[in-house]
Design a protein around this ligand. Structure first.
Ligand code: NCD
Length: 302
C-alpha cells in the first residue's frame, strides 16, 4: 500500500481485492454486540473536512474508533481556515500534532495529492473536487459483491451529473478494471463525450431508458449544483428526463440493485418509492462505508 489512499486510478488491483475481502470480516464485527477492536490502539486519525459531509466523515470516525484508534474531526468552518490560514499551513499544523493519518475532503481536485507530496503523514482522500472519492467506490464495490459473485460482465448504469462527480470517476476506474460494462447517462452538458475515453468498457447515452435496459446496477447521482458555475443546466425539468422512477426498473434486470452515494434528493434525481423500494441498497452502502473504511485504515495504519 502506498503511504495513504489518494485514488482508485493509482491503486493496484490486488490492493482493491485485499481491502474488499478484509471489509467482509469487519461486516460481521459490525453485527456483534461489542464492536470495538484493539488493532489500532494508540493511533490517531484526524478528519479534516473542507466540504459538507454526513456519511463519509461519520463513518471514517466510527471506523477509526472501532479499530481502537483515537479520532478527531475538524471542519473548515470551525477552524482557522475561516481566519485565512492557507491549506499548507493548516495541514502542517495538524501534522505537527503527530497523527498517524489525515483523512481529508476538499473542493479542489488534487488537493490531497499536493499535500501528500509535502507532508510525512499518510493522506486519505475523502473526496477531492470533481476528481476522486476512492473509499466510496470501494464501498460501492463491496455492496455489489455482497449480492453478486463478480463484477465481471455486469452492466452498470451511472446516471446524473457525471461531469462533476468524483463518485462516478472513482467507480469508473474501479468497475472497468474488474470488467464491468459501464453506461453513463445524463443531460448532455453533464455528460461530456470525453468521459467515454476514461477507461475501457465505458459508453454514453442521453436516454435514461436505454441506460437502464438490462442493467444489473443503477447508480444514481445528485446534481452537484455547488460545482456548476456555468448556466447551461435546466434544473427545473431534470426529474422528468433523468429522475429514476419505479416504472424504469421494469427495463432493468429483475434483481437490479439501485444505488446512490447520498445525500439523496427525493423527487429530484430519485423518486421516493424507488429509494425506499426492495431494490434499493442505499443504506447497505452506508453500512458498508464503515467496514470498508476500517479495512482501509487498518492497511494504512496497521
Ligand atoms: C458524495 C460526495 O460528497 O462526493 N457523497 C458521499 O460522499 N457519500 C456525493 C454527493 O455529494 O452528491
Amino acid at each position: 500500500m502506498p503511504a495513504g489512499l489518494l485514488g482508485i486510478e493509482i491503486l493496484e488491483r490486488a490492493e482493491i481485492e485485499a481491502i474488499l475481502e478484509r471489509a467482509k470480516d469487519f461486516q460481521t464485527i459490525q453485527n456483534q454486540p461489542a464492536k470495538r477492536l484493539d488493532t489500532l490502539r494508540g493511533k490517531l486519525v484526524v478528519n479534516l473536512f473542507f466540504e459538507a459531509s454526513t456519511r463519509t466523515r461519520t463513518s471514517f470516525e466510527i471506523a477509526a474508533k472501532r479499530l481502537g484508534a483515537d479520532s478527531v474531526s475538524i471542519t473548515a468552518a470551525g477552524s482557522s481556515v475561516s481566519k485565512g490560514e492557507s491549506l499548507v499551513d493548516t495541514l502542517n499544523t495538524l501534522a505537527a500534532m503527530r497523527p498517524n493519518a489525515i483523512v481529508m475532503r476538499h473542493a479542489a481536485s488534487g488537493a490531497p495529492h499536493f499535500l501528500a507530496r509535502h507532508l510525512p503523514t499518510p493522506i486519505i482522500n475523502a473526496g477531492d473536487g470533481t476528481h476522486e472519492h476512492p473509499t466510496q467506490a470501494l464501498l460501492d464495490a463491496r455492496t455489489i459483491l455482497d449480492q453478486r459473485a463478480s463484477l465481471e460482465g455486469l452492466r452498470v448504469a451511472i446516471i446524473g451529473d457525471i461531469a462533476h462527480s468524483r463518485v462516478a470517476r472513482s467507480n469508473i476506474y474501479l468497475l472497468s478494471r474488474f470488467g464491468a460494462d459501464i453506461v453513463l447517462c445524463g443531460p448532455a452538458p453533464l455528460v461530456p463525450p470525453e468521459l467515454a475515453r476514461m477507461a475501457p468498457g465505458v459508453s454514453i447515452t442521453y436516454d435514461i431508458s436505454e441506460a437502464i435496459r438490462g442493467a444489473d446496477v443503477v447508480m444514481m447521482l445528485r446534481v452537484q449544483l455547488e460545482r456548476q458555475h456555468e448556466a447551461a443546466f435546466p434544473a427545473a425539468e431534470y426529474f422528468s428526463f433523468y429522475g429514476l422512477r419505479l416504472d424504469h426498473l421494469e427495463l432493468a434486470r429483475p434483481d437490479v440493485l439501485v444505488m446512490h452515494p447520498g445525500p439523496i434528493n427525493r423527487g429530484r434525481e430519485i423518486a421516493s418509492e424507488v429509494a425506499d423500494s426492495q431494490r434499493s441498497v442505499i443504506l447497505n452502502q452506508v453500512e458498508n462505508g464503515v467496514a470498508v473504511r476500517m479495512a482501509v485504515l487498518e492497511r494504512i495504519l496497521g
